[in-house]
Design a protein around this ligand. Structure first.
Ligand code: HEM
Length: 225
C-alpha cells in the first residue's frame, strides 16, 4: 500500500471519510434491498420468489457483490470500533475534552448502541434467510419470510432491529454528509431534511413487512375460525 494511503487512513479525516463512504454504500444496498422486498406487495409470494430466483441466477456476480458488501461491513464496523477506542482514550487522557464534547459523546454513544443492535439483528437475519438459501435448505423463500415475520417473536425481533436501524441512520446519513464536507449554510438544512427523510423512509419501509405479515396472517386465521 502506498504510504500516503496509510497516512490518510490513520488520520482522523481519513477514517471519517472511509466511515462515511462505506456507510453510504450500505445505505445504497438498503435502498435496493427494500425495493426488492416490495415485490412481496406487488407480486405476492410468487413475485417475491421470482425476484429471489433472478438474484440467484446472477451466480458469480451475486457472490462477488455479497463478498464486497461483507467487506464494506467489516471496514465500517472495524473503523467504528477503532474511532470509539481512540475517543475513549482521548477522554481519559484529557478530562476537559469530555466537558467540551458533551453532545457529541452522547450522540456517539447512542450510535454505538444502535449500531451494535443492528449488527446483532443482521446476524439473526442472515441466519434466518441467507444461510439456508445458500445451502439449499429453503425451497420457498417467500413463504419462509412470511412465516418468520408472522410469528409474534419473529416480528418483534425484526421490529426492534429495524427501529435501531432507523435511529442509527437518522444520525449516520447526516453525519456522513458532514464528514464528506457537504455541509454548507445554503443547503445544509435541505441536506439534513433529506437525510432524516431517507432514514425514516427506510425504517418505515422495512417495518411495514413484519406489520403486514402479522396483520394479514392474523386476519387469515380469524377468517378461518
Ligand atoms: C423486514 C424486512 C426484510 C425482509 C423481508 C428481508 C428479506 C431478506 C431475504 C429474503 C434475504 C435473503 C435473500 C436470498 O438469499 O435470496 C435477505 C438478505 C439480506 N438482508 Fe434482508 N430483509 C429485511 C430487512 C433487512 C434489513 C433491515 C437489513 C439491514 C439492516 C437487511 C440486510 C440484509 C443483508 C445484508 C442480506 C444478505 C445480502 C445478500 O446476500 O443478498 N435486511 N433479506
Amino acid at each position: 500500500m502506498p504510504s500516503w494511503i496509510g497516512r490518510f487512513l490513520s488520520s482522523s479525516v481519513g477514517k471519517k471519510t472511509v466511515m462515511a463512504l462505506t456507510g453510504l454504500s450500505l445505505v445504497g444496498f438498503l435502498v435496493v434491498h427494500l425495493l426488492g422486498n416490495f415485490t412481496l406487495y406487488t407480486g405476492g409470494i410468487e413475485g417475491f420468489n421470482e425476484y429471489a430466483a433472478k438474484l440467484e441466477d446472477l451466480g458469480g456476480l451475486l457472490m462477488a457483490a455479497e463478498v464486497g458488501l461483507f467487506a464494506i461491513f467489516v471496514i465500517h464496523m472495524g473503523l467504528a470500533l477503532r474511532i470509539a477506542r481512540e475517543n475513549k482514550r482521548a477522554r481519559q487522557e484529557n478530562y476537559r475534552i469530555r466537558a467540551t464534547m458533551g453532545n457529541s459523546t452522547a450522540a456517539s454513544r447512542s450510535m454505538a448502541i444502535t449500531g451494535m443492535i443492528v449488527g446483532l439483528f443482521l446476524i439473526v437475519h442472515i441466519i434466518d434467510f441467507r444461510v439456508p438459501t445458500l445451502f439449499g435448505e429453503i425451497d420457498n423463500i417467500g413463504e419462509a419470510v412470511v412465516a418468520r415475520l408472522s410469528s409474534p417473536v419473529g416480528a418483534t425481533i425484526y421490529l426492534i432491529g429495524i427501529l435501531a436501524l432507523g435511529l442509527h441512520l437518522r444520525h449516520a446519513i447526516q453525519s456522513a454528509f458532514q464528514s464528506l464536507g457537504l455541509e454548507n449554510p445554503n443547503w445544509s438544512p435541505l441536506l439534513r431534511l433529506g437525510a432524516q427523510t431517507l432514514a425514516w423512509a427506510l425504517a418505515v419501509g422495512f417495518a411495514s413487512f413484519p406489520i403486514y405479515c402479522l396483520l394479514t396472517t392474523g386476519a387469515a386465521s380469524a377468517a378461518a375460525n
